[in-house]
Design a protein around this ligand. Structure first.
Ligand SMILES: Cc1cc2nc3c(=O)[nH]c(=O)nc-3n(C[C@H](O)[C@H](O)[C@H](O)COP(=O)(O)OP(=O)(O)OC[C@H]3O[C@@H](n4cnc5c(N)ncnc54)[C@H](O)[C@@H]3O)c2cc1C
Length: 392
């Protein structure tokens, strides 16, 4: 792979809106990605392996629990810093960002928000340091967009619960030490349980043959009469709103992360277009390539403004689920369109692993589907503005 020459575009001088801490966090993450992710990521993606060697680095830059309070090992940062960290990591690779998103928003957040003090103290510091990794099991083979229909269930068996069922498409599952599992109790109410690797009847087979997010490990969670201690129930919140609250946080991070992938594609295409000579002049001097590049920077700038404003609303506790859906949907589509256009700017070279564009493009095909599909986010906006749900 070519050396990482990335220079971040900032067409509307958005740096002026960031405070010193935002810039420090962003710059530290950016240089770590150049140093630790860019040199190895293509090879791992080609072999379809997660680069476990970067886990300690992710923990060090504060990517595990950026907004979790310091008393539990988190970085205690605000939502804009969290977004900027996700942006910079996804600039390197969406799979690496997925690992950080899952750990922070789908594992640490539910333990912090819905767990009791003993659970916070037991799990959060180890998750923040990367000593333990976690995964989040909501999706099932027959229930993806409609998680309320889940069949995974647990029964009261005296001094423990008995958990049965299966989850599919679970990021980090093959190597996770713990899983936050969403399951129905005997009354049909959804609860979160902390399931630990090693519990009898719990297995996590890996999902192979992905063309997308190849540097992220994905797997199943299978529960065959797993005895889960009663202490492992997340008591603070139940019902579908509990997992959806975690998804709000993760989707917000994705809205920023997608900007990173788009920036990398744009920056690569711009540099290539200025250097690549055809018909006696750089292709950057042709109207058709300028149209592509000008549209890319316009869309990136709009996405940055959307994410920044959403970050302000999150900091104030005012962002709605529907606003988060809009930003996730818009920014991921924007990034995917830019990846496709940028790939064309590079001609044949665009399909090789010498450049990051094709990897971003393939990764974004998952990002546009997971954490709520592109269609479902549109329906969430539709329901919000009309007051009528079109899901059923
Ligand atoms: C790489 C990867 C990693 C993932 N990681 C995780 C994870 O860590 N944890 C986890 O729990 N899940 C994870 N997922 C699962 C992901 O969230 C689901 O794939 C997603 O929610 C969609 O579910 P589905 O694949 O079953 O598609 P389906 O729900 O079957 O949808 C298929 C198509 O039908 C459309 N559709 C569905 N319902 C409607 C409707 N009412 N109206 C119109 N169109 C509709 C959808 O938009 C989609 O286009 C991951 C997925 C992938 C690919």
């Amino acid at each position: 792979m070519k050396p990482d020459l990335f220079e971040a575009p900032d067409y509307y001088l958005l740096d002026d809106l960031l405070d010193e801490e935002h810039k420090l966090v962003r710059d530290a993450t950016r240089s770590w990605v150049k140093r630790a992710v860019s040199p190895i990521i293509e090879e791992y993606a080609q072999k379809a392996e997660f680069p476990e060697e970067i886990l300690a680095g992710l923990a060090e830059i504060g990517a595990f629990g950026p907004y979790i309070p310091e008393q539990y090992g988190g970085a205690g940062l605000d939502q804009i810093s969290y977004g900027l960290i996700m942006q910079e990591i996804e600039r390197g690779d969406s799979g690496v960002r997925s690992t950080a998103s899952v750990q922070s928003s789908l594992v640490m957040y539910p333990i912090f928000a819905y767990g009791n003090e003993a659970q916070r103290e037991k799990y959060l510091p180890k998750l923040a340091s990367g000593e333990w990794m976690g995964c989040f099991g909501l999706t099932e083979p027959d229930h993806g967009s409609n998680p309320a229909g889940m069949v995974t269930n647990f029964k009261d068996a005296g001094d423990h619960y008995l958990l049965n069922g299966a989850k599919l498409w679970i990021s980090n599952a093959p190597f996770a030490d713990i899983a936050i599992v969403w399951a129905k109790n005997e009354e049909g109410r959804i609860h979160g349980l902390i399931v630990e690797r090693g519990m009898e009847g719990f297995s996590t087979p890996e999902t192979h043959n992905k063309w997308s997010l190849r540097a992220s490990a994905t797997g199943e969670l299978i529960f065959d009469n797993v005895k889960v201690p009663k202490d492992n129930l997340l008591e603070g919140k139940s019902g579908l709103g509990a997992p959806l609250g975690c998804l709000d946080s993760a989707r917000y991070g994705i809205a920023w992360g997608a900007i990173g992938a788009a920036m990398d594609c744009y920056d690569t295409a711009l540099r290539y277009a200025k250097e690549r000579v055809q018909f006696g002049k750089p292709i950057a001097g042709t109207q058709l390539q300028q149209k592509k590049l000008a549209e890319m920077i316009t869309e990136i700038t709009k996405a940055q403004l959307l994410a920044f404003r959403l970050g302000q609303l999150r900091n104030e506790g005012r962002a709605t689920t529907a606003q988060i859906s809009m930003a996730k949907r818009n920014n991921v589509e924007m990034a995917l369109n830019i990846a496709r256009e940028a790939r064309q700017v590079l001609g044949g070279m665009g399909i090789t692993g010498e450049y990051s564009i094709m990897r971003h493009m393939m990764n974004l095909e998952s990002v546009i589907t997971y954490e709520g599909t592109h269609d479902i986010h549109l329906l969430i906006t539709g329901a919000d503005i009309t007051g009528i749900s079109a899901f059923k």
